[in-house]
Ligand binder design. Structure first.
Ligand code: PHE
Length: 368
């Protein structure tokens, strides 16, 4: 409630009807003027309302100042008494205004503090980070396993010469085994001399040419075949191959290495077995199978009820390959093995269709 200046004026003007004003009359007018102003000050809702109320009572044209004018009409005696009453009223009002201003300031400060508050316990989500693709993760895990077994990791180019990809691997031009590899040739140099490597075996050729034995290495990388994409084939996929060349290496070392790897990578309960096969670059050759990871060997649809699934190929390095790279097969023997990384990830995570590995669909890739 605001003090009404007109009301204050009328109080200030209420002198005795006979014209002889008195200290008592002024004191009564002061009391009558002050009480509503005190109430208005205490009820001022904000600093602006308080300022208006204070000005109406205490300002130059305010109620008290009007009462002050009446002092002039009093006897010196009465003037002193009424003046003291007026001064005391002014002091009370000023104190009340100051007290209310302090209250309103405190409320405003509290509101400001609340609005500015920093919640230091709040945790914001960090920037969203991507993750490695499932095939990359699988490749890394395979590398780790083989490095733990004493192998080094070697890489080579994806564009290869016919010699590295085929001829040095005991597949001279027109060798029938070449037709097993649906090769993508490049229009570069003499016809069919440059190609996208169909397997990572040419890295073995490069290693054996570049350094003398002993060699204990794995070669992961991307390879290409002119396959029509389907649930189990994509024209580009990843392989990892292994090569060991040393003195006195036997087929037993090959079987033991594959089984050690199988247990280390897949965990206890998964073992391996070898079945006779043919590859031009190894002799004897084998396919290696591992306990079906889906059924644990009991037999299921994935393993055609056999309890085993084929993982890759392996064998003892063919003497013709040693001859091509200049290693004496009388002094050195060795073995090689290789399998598909995508196929492994597919088996391990029961991925029905291999094409999702290349689709770049976040609904798939973010699962790993
Ligand atoms: N390079 C062969 C392939 O891609 C796999 C393999 C590697 C077989 C080493 C035997 C020894 O089919």
């Amino acid at each position: 409630m605001h003090a009404d200046p007109d009301a204050a004026e009328s109080v200030a003007g209420s002198a005795d009807p006979d014209g002889a004003d008195s200290a008592a009359a002024v004191a009564a007018a002061v009391a009558a003027a002050v009480e509503p102003v005190l109430a208005a000050v205490a009820g001022a809702a904000d600093p602006e309302a308080l300022r208006t109320t204070a000005a109406a009572a205490l300002g130059r044209k305010g109620a008290l100042s009007a009462l002050n004018h009446r002092l002039g009409g009093l006897s010196p005696e009465d003037r002193r008494g009424a003046g003291a009453v007026l001064n005391e009223a002014r002091d009370r009002l000023q104190a009340a205004v100051a007290a209310r201003r302090a209250e309103l300031d405190a409320v405003a400060r509290a509101a400001r503090l609340e609005a500015d508050r920093l919640d230091l316990t709040e945790t914001l989500p960090g920037p969203v980070r991507g993750s490695l693709h499932l095939v990359t993760q699988t490749r890394d895990a395979l590398e780790d396993t083989f490095v733990g077994m004493g192998f080094v990791v070697a890489e080579g180019p994806e564009v290869e010469s016919d010699w590295h990809n085929f001829a040095a691997l005991n597949m001279p031009p027109a060798h029938p085994a070449r037709s097993n590899f649906d090769t993508l040739y490049l229009d570069w140099g003499p016809p069919e001399s440059a190609l996208l490597r169909t397997h990572t075996s040419p890295v073995q050729v490069r290693l054996m040419r570049d350094q003398p034995p002993p060699i204990y290495a794995v070669m992961p990388g991307r390879v290409y075949r002119k396959d029509t994409p389907d649930a189990r084939h994509t024209p580009s996929f990843s392989q990892i191959e292994g090569l060991v060349v040393d003195r006195g290496i036997t087929f037993g070392d090959l079987a033991g290495t594959i089984d050690t790897f199988t247990r280390a990578y897949f965990g206890p309960g998964i073992t391996s077995r070898l079945r006779p096969a043919y590859f031009p670059f190894t002799e004897p050759s084998a396919e290696f199978e591992i306990t079906c990871t889906i059924c644990g060997g009991a037999g299921c649809r994935t393993c055609s009820q056999t309890g085993w699934i084929e993982l890759g190929g392996c064998g003892m390095v063919h003497p013709n390959v040693f001859a091509a790279v200049g290693i004496d097969p009388e002094e050195w023997t060795g073995f090689a093995f290789g399998f598909g990384i995508d196929r492994l990830a597919q088996m391990r995570h029961a991925i029905a269709d291999m094409r999702v590995l290349a689709d770049n669909d976040l609904r798939f890739t973010t699962q790993f």
